[in-house]
Design a binder for this molecule. Structure first.
Ligand code: ATP
Ligand code: MG
Ligand code: ZN
Length: 252
């Protein structure tokens, strides 16, 4: 890439340093930068989210959002000495869960940790396809990445209809990561009653039924996966700041 541009090492990756009268070769600092760029590439963050950073996340005048930002920045600073090791961002659509999760992932990658972004639905599709030899998907690659990557961002957890197969697959990924203490950063817009999420929602005036029972995280991923998720993740409930996508459209 920009190899010939490095003025320190001339692109060799090594520079000569004088130490106690002796010359020695030392790894050039440009190698860290290249490595970080390469690791970011490997994280496979979708184009949509590629620019999501802490620096362009607004607190929208909300003290709660400000607190969450502070907490996440501290999480990144202290990583991997954080307890519990993972993060679970719960909240309504458009409140910035994925933006924040990507901001964390990127910062961890810049600090030298390896991480990968996976859309939950896509991950399940890829795992399913890997059982079919005609699909061209290399066997179990997605599944293994989900199990083994140092940090895993699992976006939109539970956004899929439930089958026993889905429940077993998610449980095995979460359990394996939990056992190995490999951090999981997950986002979901499913409510959870233990986290203050409303399971019974009042429908707007004029709607046919007055109440609607919402699907919960438990319904979608099952009891065992949910239990381990709560054990290995610090739960962050997004405040009721409204959908940012819609708020932006209202602006002139
Ligand atoms: N506080 C914020 N400051 C700046 N941009 C924001 C903020 N909150 C959301 N956005 C932007 O709004 C869009 C939607 O945010 P995001 O995708 O993070 O929402 P989400 O909570 O993950 O929603 P969903 O549940 O639908 O996945 C993104 O483009 C994101 O960058
Ligand atoms: Mg999202
Ligand atoms: Zn160099």
């Amino acid at each position: 890439m920009a190899e010939t541009e490095c003025p320190l090492c001339g692109g060799t990756g090594w520079k000569i340093v004088e130490r106690e009268g002796l010359s020695a070769a030392e790894r050039c600092s440009c190698q860290n930068r290249d490595r970080s760029a390469e690791m970011l590439e490997r994280a496979r963050i979708p184009v949509n989210y590629r620019d999501d950073r802490f620096e362009n996340f607004s607190d929208r005048g909300s003290p709660e959002l400000r607190m969450i930002l502070t907490m996440l920045l501290r999480y990144c600073d202290e990583f991997p000495r954080v307890e519990p090791p993972g993060l679970l961002l719960i909240g309504e659509p458009g409140t910035g869960k994925t933006h924040l999760a990507v901001a964390v992932l990127k910062r961890l990658i810049e600090s030298g940790f390896a991480g990968v972004f996976m859309d939950y639905q896509m991950l399940l599709e890829r795992i399913r396809a890997s059982y079919d030899p005609a699909s061209g998907e290399s066997p179990r690659e997605a599944y293994e990445t989900a199990l083994e990557s140092e940090v895993l961002l699992l976006d939109d957890l539970g956004a899929h209809r439930v089958t026993d197969w889905v429940e077993d697959t998610v449980t095995s990924i979460i359990t394996h990561r939990c056992n190995e203490r490999r951090p999981l950063i997950a986002t979901t817009n499913l409510p959870d009653p233990d986290m203050g999420g409303k399971v019974i929602e009042r429908l707007p005036e004029g709607a046919a039924a007055r109440y609607d029972i919402r699907t919960t995280l438990l319904d979608r991923i099952g009891m065992r996966a949910r239990s381990r998720l709560f054990e290995m993740c610090r739960v962050i409930r997004m405040p009721k700041v409204g959908d940012y996508r819609i708020a932006m459209r209202r602006q002139p």
